[in-house]
Design a protein around this ligand. Structure first.
Ligand SMILES: Cc1cc2nc3c(=O)[nH]c(=O)nc-3n(C[C@H](O)[C@H](O)[C@H](O)COP(=O)(O)OP(=O)(O)OC[C@H]3O[C@@H](n4cnc5c(N)ncnc54)[C@H](O)[C@@H]3O)c2cc1C
Ligand code: FES
Length: 260
């Protein structure tokens, strides 16, 4: 059974009009959380809202999430002040497994750049070489640009507008990557569905093993309500697919198992 904690908002770093990085005090989650896992955060609505963990600081006993305004729940969360109290359930989900990883290629888009940041920092601590390719809408939307630049020299950016990095989607940058960054690499993608699907197809073509973090609408977050099921191929079980719970069996899945 996952634990629920009373946590305090200890820092708020505003990123433009619709986004912020929120840091909460919670020694347990700061110690336990791994990249790819998420937490469920209380808000003004009945159901808690899921957010990927963006980083942890074990010394300070804190963890951070990046939040983008989407509806009422995120609007109220973003309006909160330092010192306010929340209830958090977590860390939840399977997370990404770093065992045997020789080189990591991380691809982020939308709010997926927040959990990608955690994976980049974590890999850095394990001494795993990391390449990051983030896709943004435009330069003013390029959140955590300086943070990523400090984590790896192999940080590439694409923008739809073309005012920062390569113009186009992450695919434009992936196509240009040097082979030395792809040899023995494992890829993790977090972002909009269409982006994860395109990157998965590209990785398959290149023979690169690829993982995606699925973002389904969630309710309980702990595998009980089945709101978040997704279709995962199950040929070995003699079926075309089985339903898996994104919150408990995922959110990280092998890309080639996912039915998009
Ligand atoms: C595993 C996981 C990790 C996530 N990580 C982050 C993160 O790091 N940062 C971040 O900002 N957001 C993240 N999200 C999305 C975040 O949970 C939603 O934006 C939030 O729950 C919306 O709540 P709301 O009350 O503001 O909007 P609602 O009023 O609940 O919804 C407003 C609109 O957004 C749509 N919507 C809401 N949630 C989702 C969703 N999960 N997928 C697709 N459409 C949705 C609704 O259909 C509706 O149209 C994550 C979601 C999941 C499942
Ligand atoms: S959100 Fe309830 S089972 Fe996944």
């Amino acid at each position: 059974m996952k634990s629920e904690y009373k946590v305090q908002l200890v820092d708020k770093r505003v990123l433009g009009e619709t986004c912020a990085v929120l840091t909460f005090s919670c020694p347990e989650i700061s110690k336990e959380a791994r990249p790819g896992q998420f937490i469920n955060l209380s808000c003004s609505r009945f159901l808690k809202r899921p957010f990927g963990v963006m980083c942890t600081d074990e010394e300070k006993g804190t963890f951070s999430i990046g939040v983008r305004k989407v509806g009422k729940g995120t609007e109220d969360i973003l309006a909160s002040e330092v010192g306010e109290e929340f209830t958090v359930l977590g860390p939840l989900g399977n997370g990404f497994c770093f065992d045997g990883i020789k080189r990591l290629l991380l691809v982020g888009g939308g709010t997926g750049i927040f959990p990608i940041y955690f994976a980049a920092c974590y890999a850095g601590k394990l001494g795993i070489p990391v390449t990051v390719v983030n896709g943004y809408r435009s330069k003013c939307d390029a959140f955590l640009y300086d943070d990523f630049s400090k984590v790896t020299k192999d940080f590439y950016v694409t923008t739809d507008s073309g005012d920062l990095g390569v113009k186009g989607t992450v695919m434009a940058s992936l196509e240009e990557l040097d082979d030395s960054l792809l040899n023995d690499a494992t890829c993790l993608v977090v972002g909009p569905g269409i982006m994860m699907q395109k990157v998965s197809e590209w990785a398959k073509q290149k023979g690169i093993s690829c993982y995606v973090s699925l973002e389904q609408r969630m309710a309980c977050g702990i595998g009980a309500c089945l709101v978040c099921v997704c279709k995962i191929k199950a040929e070995q079980e003699g079926k075309e697919f089985v339903h898996k719970r994104c919150c408990k069996d995922g959110p990280v899945f092998r890309a080639e198992e996912v039915i998009w």
